[in-house]
Design a binder for this molecule. Structure first.
Ligand SMILES: Cc1cc2nc3c(=O)[nH]c(=O)nc-3n(C[C@H](O)[C@H](O)[C@H](O)COP(=O)(O)O)c2cc1C
Ligand SMILES: [Mn+2]
Length: 449
């Protein structure tokens, strides 16, 4: 298991699966342009971005995610489920690499924060995990939030209305108090994954899930300027607070939906001090990249799988890249009763607010093969009777939805497509996939093959 991002870099380097770029790279657009070319192909370590190292891409494929968590890809789903269901305690330590450099004399503009897309409002921290504590219960929370670099000590931040962090912030705001936070950049893979995981109850500290993924106590250390603990091995920590009753324009930002999220009034963070390791490694995520979308998809699939298991004989769940990693699920089931395709749709839709479209197929369909899935929809589905449509449900950043009047979220319609074979229609036609009864080695038949 890799206890910090340095261990992860070494691991991928040993597997010959890391590209190092030594040339000086401009954080404005150039870094993003290179990263886009290498999206899903290789993790990248930029060695000189404003004289700093920047890394990205470790989660760019499902195989790399499994490899980062040191688990076989076939066991990834059960591994995640087990971790989510078995939180393990953390350990508070005194000495920590992140304390190698501690200062209040800083300028956030010195960090190698990239500007990714043409119309983005500016440089954005895209792989920053915000740690906060519930003002009432003290329970810790960790979640990703995009942060716009505004000034030497100021960041704009998007916190969706339904996030645990937003619940904490509202409690602090009600008391007219700022919410103390720490922004962690350059984290170990267990924390990176745990912070992205969904279906974790608000009472559970994401670091206890990280401990479980890591297979031992996560080591946390107390910050210097705020009452928050952060992973001892974090590369860079920004200590500060979210200001009460302040909203300033933030955005546009090209987000996981594959479009620019529009400029809106959002909370503001003031940074008071920073800590970092010697020669710190800044971590970035290219928005809309495979890494970005898979970090949405992979932690959500096991949670859906588990819920489905209670109602139907589910085989596998796939949140697709075209569905932004969150909005569209393809589910395969071994159907036993006539209505189970529809049962699966309703169960799946009730598990995640982000989910919008569900396609259910039989066990002979490869849900990771788009053509196979479309073929099932084409040949096994009748739109007038195999569709479930529900209007006005809670969604997430669905661009075609509408913002609810309390501005807490997005209202969207949801749909399920039951593309499983009907037992009732089966008498009229064969659903069997035609096979040629033997395999040929072409070399025996022609030259130059
Ligand atoms: C790369 C990445 C970026 C994200 N950016 C945001 C964001 O800007 N705002 C937000 O509210 N959620 C964002 N999320 C989603 C939450 O961080 C994530 O779903 C988290 O698990 C929510 O934690 P919670 O259940 O403790 O609220 C992002 C997720 C990822 C993986
Ligand atoms: Mn949480």
């Amino acid at each position: 298991m890799f206890e910090d991002i340095r261990g992860l870099i070494e691991h991928f380097e040993e597997k010959n699966d890391l590209i190092r770029i030594k040339k000086e790279i401009d954080p404005k657009f150039e870094l993003a342009a290179i990263s886009k070319k290498l999206d899903g192909k290789s993790p990248v370590l930029f060695e000189n971005v404003k004289n700093r190292k920047v890394v990205l891409g470790f989660f760019g494929t499902r195989e790399r995610i499994a490899s980062s968590l040191d688990v076989d890809i076939r066991e990834l789903r059960d591994y995640i489920l087990k971790a989510v269901e078995n939180p393990k305690p953390v350990k508070i330590v005194e000495d920590a690499p992140v304390k190698e450099n501690v200062t209040k004399n800083f300028d956030l503009r010195d960090l190698p924060i990239p500007t990714h897309y043409e119309k983005d409002a500016g440089a954005y921290i895209t792989c920053g995990v915000i740690i906060a504590k519930d003002p009432e219960t003290g329970v810790r929370n960790a979640s990703y939030h995009r942060m716009l670099l505004k000034d030497k000590d100021t960041l704009g931040v998007l916190i969706n209305g339904w996030r645990d962090l937003m619940k904490y912030y509202r409690k602090a705001e009600e008391r007219d108090k700022p919410l103390e936070i720490a922004v962690c950049i350059g984290l170990d893979p267990s924390t990176l994954f745990a912070a992205a995981a969904t279906g974790i109850p608000i009472e559970v500290d994401e670091f206890e899930i990280a401990s479980s993924l890591l297979g031992k106590h996560m080591e946390l250390v107390k910050c210097e300027n705020v009452d928050i603990e952060v992973p001892a091995n974090t590369e860079i920590v920004l200590e500060g607070e979210i200001l009460p009753k302040v909203r300033e324009p933030e955005g546009p930002f090209a987000d996981f939906t594959g479009i620019y999220d529009i400029r809106r009034d959002n909370p503001v963070i003031k940074i008071k001090g920073i800590m970092h390791r010697d020669d710190p490694i800044y971590q970035d995520i290219l928005p809309i990249s495979r890494e970005h979308l898979l970090l949405g998809a992979v932690p959500r699939e096991p949670v859906m799988y588990k819920a489905l298991k209670m109602n139907v004989n589910v085989l596998d769940v796939h949140l697709t890249l075209g569905g932004c990693g969150r909005f569209t699920a393809v589910i395969s089931i071994k159907k036993e009763g006539e209505c189970e395709g529809r049962d699966a749709i309703l169960t799946a839709l009730s598990t995640q607010r982000d989910l919008k479209h569900v396609v259910v197929v039989d066990d002979d369909i490869d849900i990771f093969d788009e053509r196979d899935v479309e073929w099932a929809v084409t040949t096994r589905y009748q739109s007038d009777k195999d569709t479930i449509m529900i209007k006005d449900l809670s969604g997430s950043l669905d661009p075609s939805g509408r913002i609810d009047s309390r501005k807490l979220g997005i209202i969207t319609a949801k749909m399920g497509i039951d593309a499983t074979k009907s037992f009732e229609e089966g008498a009229m036609r064969s659903y069997e996939k035609p096979k040629i009864p033997f395999e040929i080695d072409l070399r025996g038949y022609m030259e130059d093959v």
